[in-house]
Write a protein that binds this ligand. Structure first.
Ligand code: BTX
Length: 324
């Protein structure tokens, strides 16, 4: 309920401090009895709230929940994440978002779940999304840009998410073209952009972000153990997902606004500063076959610039990149 959301926001704001019952009822405009009822519900949801006569209530422990009120209490964006659609389990949050558009969702609407049973990657691949250990979310964007610029959105998103992880964890995340986020060569986050458009105009874009947060290294399935990692596995501590989500939304809104006002150039620079293979020999596995070369940078179109053995720089639009 709205009152419970307010109450929780108030307690989070004063975490580890007591807030008096009087103060709470003044701010929420409800009775002491009503507060007690809401406190009881929060406790049932896993919050530890200490109550002391005269002193009031004090939040001692928050479970790692990603319900809307958890995220909103931490959010300072202007539009991203103001509408949040949360479910415990879903086949894919991408699907939730496409559904959401049909029922009138607006730019910045966020769709997220604690678990995905059929999380998807690019080109029909699967995305492992076990319950509560990661962030599985989809953000709705409606940029007024021509269709052919859409690949820039994925690159923009990888810059925003990289900034958010670095800011919240200090971990050395890098970007592998086009949009894999790696720590020490292992994938910690994947980004999937799906768009709907007609003629030359984008109708909307669903930006899907999958991030391994508290997944223990040993719990990845066999085929992912050598290629995947999580923030917790890299740092030896756990993270509050709601805090990370708020940071991601903030950084994304910032980089998106920058993109809409100043174009791709500033994004291109940031992307290159986070990229992990520039100056190195790579093989680009393109739909037309493999190509060898040195990764040189990002073209204004979003393509990867590859310098071939003959010294010619060619743009690569679609490929899996491997280091040689
Ligand atoms: P991708 O095609 O680049 O990566 C998929 C590949 O990554 C898989 O084939 C597998 O090798 C590996 N992989 C699968 N699961 C994981 C994992 N949890 N961690 C690391 N590596 C993994 C990347 O696609 C885009 C992924 C987007 C996922 C988000 S989650 C929210 C939204 N909903 C949804 O269904 N997809 C997006």
């Amino acid at each position: 309920s709205e009152i419970r959301e307010h109450l929780l926001a108030l307690l989070i704001e004063h975490a580890d401090q007591f807030v008096s019952g009087e103060e709470i009822s003044r701010q929420l405009g409800c009775t002491r009895t009503a507060i007690w009822k809401h406190i009881d519900e929060l406790r049932k949801a896993g919050y530890e709230i200490e109550a002391r006569p005269k002193a009031g209530y004090c939040l001692r422990y928050q479970p790692d929940r990603i319900a809307p009120e958890e995220i909103k209490a931490l959010l300072s964006t202007r539009r991203f994440g103001h509408a949040i659609h949360y479910v415990e389990s879903v086949d894919s949050t991408q699907w939730l978002a496409h559904q959401g558009v049909r029922s009138g969702a607006k730019e910045g609407a966020l769709f997220l779940a604690d678990e995905q049973t059929q999380g998807r990657g690019r080109m029909g691949r699967k995305w492992h999304s076990p319950p509560r250990s990661g962030i599985w979310m989809s953000l709705l964007l409606q940029p007024q840009i021509p269709l052919n610029l859409a690949p820039q959105l994925t690159l923009m998103a990888s810059v925003g998410v990289t900034r958010a992880i670095r800011r919240e964890t200090g971990l050395p995340v890098t970007i592998k073209w086009p949009n894999d986020l790696l720590i020490d060569g292992k994938k910690v986050c994947g980004i999937l952009t799906e768009l709907r458009g007609e003629q030359d105009q984008i109708h909307y874009v669903v930006l899907g972000i999958g991030m391994n947060v508290n997944t223990p290294a040993a719990s990845f399935p066999e085929d992912l153990k050598t290629i995947a990692t999580s923030l917790a596995a890299e740092s030896g501590r756990t993270y509050r997902r709601a805090k990370l989500i708020a940071a991601i939304l903030e950084e994304l809104e910032h980089v998106y606004d920058l993109y809409l006002t100043e174009g791709f150039e500033p994004i291109r620079h940031s992307w290159e500063s986070f990229a992990c293979m520039l100056g190195q020999s790579v093989t680009a596995h393109t739909p037309q076959g493999p190509r060898q070369g040195i990764a040189r940078g990002l073209h204004a179109s979003g393509a990867l610039l590859l310098e071939t053995d003959e010294g010619v720089v060619v743009p690569v639009y679609s490929a899996d990149i491997r280091q040689v």
